[in-house]
Every structure is written in structure tokens, then in C-alpha cells.
Design a protein around this ligand. Structure first.
Ligand SMILES: Cc1cc2nc3c(=O)[nH]c(=O)nc-3n(C[C@H](O)[C@H](O)[C@H](O)COP(=O)(O)O)c2cc1C
Length: 182
């Protein structure tokens, strides 16, 4: 297999963004990030994902308004685009598959100067809240919301655009050899 260029620098430079300019995102960039998502691996290549692209601000408002912890999810309405990632719950690995797809999407967005932020309070949200968001977006029963991410040009330099430090643990802390503590 031909050796490919390392993407470690890209991976390390990506930051979650929660503040955005209102400049619109070209359709070709939206398609580009979704194409990256589409090429993620999936269990048995089942590709259980669907992506809803929302540009309508009213819809974004409605979604955020129906969420219990609005202050932590406000960023969902701040970009010109909101992408909702859905997984077909009938497919065994839909949560894993869609999460992988979203990471691809976020990395491709970053290469295009676009910021994203994974939001995943959905698995623990009260059923009533989930149902109301599903109703707003007319999502069929078998699909579950895996995540939502804004997509737009970040306002701040990434360092200032998020509230949590983006530091990572030392590699030594998270790897071992041969056994858990080896
Ligand atoms: C499963 C998951 C859920 C997340 N949920 C939220 C969220 O609800 N709100 C938020 O602001 N960031 C959320 N994030 C983003 C993380 O806070 C962020 O990835 C982490 O702090 C590391 O920062 P970085 O992405 O800039 O490297 C979530 C990330 C993941 C993977």
C-alpha cells in the first residue's frame, strides 16, 4: 500500500468551536465535509447514517429552545449551518459508525477553515425532549440522534473559542503493554 501523508498535525490542531461568524458556508464545503463523513468505516459497511443540514435559524432556535440545558447548547444556533447526525437504530453498530463519521466530518471541516463542536447530551435526555426534536425535524422512529454540530467559520482563534482546556493526558498515562498495567 502506498504510504500516505500523516494527518497527526491536523488531528492535533482541530479544536471544538462554539462561536461563529455569520458568513455563509459554501455548499461545496458542506458537501465536502459530508463526503468525508460518508467514507468512515462502518460495521459490515452498513452506513447507517443520515445527515440533516439545517440553515433555517428558526429551526435552530426551536431545537435549542426544546433542550433542558440551553446554556450549554447555545452554540448549536450560532453557526450558519447545523448538521444533525442520525443513526439507524436497526443497525447494530450505528452509534459507533456515526461517531466515526462525525470525526471525519469535523477533521475535513477543519481543513476548510470551518469549526464544529460535537454535542451529545442526546443519549441521556428525557424521552419527551428527544421526541420533540424528532418531531421538529420529522425524523422517523427508527433513527436516533447521535450528535449535532454547528458548522461555520470560528470567530475566535481556537484557543479562545472553547471553555475547556484542550490538553490531553500524557501518552504514558493511557497506554500499557501486553496487559492493562504492563
Ligand atoms: C461525546 C461528546 C460530547 C460532547 N458534548 C459537548 C457538549 O454538549 N457541549 C460542548 O460544548 N462540547 C461538547 N463536546 C466537546 C468536548 O468538550 C471537546 O471535544 C473536549 O473538551 C476537547 O476539546 P477539543 O475538541 O477542542 O479538542 C463533546 C464531545 C464529545 C466527544
Amino acid at each position: 500500500m502506498e504510504t500516505k501523508k500523516s494527518i497527526l498535525d491536523l488531528i492535533k490542531s482541530r479544536r471544538s468551536c462554539r462561536k461563529f461568524k455569520q458568513d455563509s458556508v459554501p455548499d461545496e464545503d458542506i458537501k465536502g465535509v459530508l463526503e468525508a463523513a460518508q467514507w468512515a468505516p462502518s460495521g459490515a459497511n452498513s452506513q447507517p447514517w443520515k445527515f440533516i443540514i439545517i440553515k433555517n435559524k428558526e429551526t435552530m432556535e426551536k431545537i435549542v429552545e426544546s433542550i433542558p440545558y440551553k446554556e450549554f447548547q447555545n452554540f448549536l444556533r450560532l453557526a450558519p449551518v447545523l448538521i444533525v447526525v442520525l443513526g439507524n437504530s436497526k443497525k447494530k453498530w450505528h452509534i459507533i459508525d456515526c461517531s466515526l463519521a462525525t470525526q471525519n466530518l469535523m477533521l475535513e471541516a477543519w481543513t476548510r477553515g470551518l469549526g464544529t463542536c460535537f454535542s451529545a447530551w442526546w443519549p441521556t435526555a428525557p424521552k419527551k425532549v428527544i421526541m420533540s426534536v424528532k418531531e421538529i425535524l420529522k425524523i422517523p422512529e427508527e433513527y436516533v440522534i447521535i450528535t449535532m454540530t454547528p458548522l461555520g467559520y470560528p470567530i475566535d482563534p481556537p484557543k479562545e473559542a472553547f471553555h475547556l482546556p484542550a490538553k490531553r493526558k500524557n501518552l504514558e498515562e493511557i497506554i500499557s503493554y501486553e496487559t492493562f498495567s504492563g
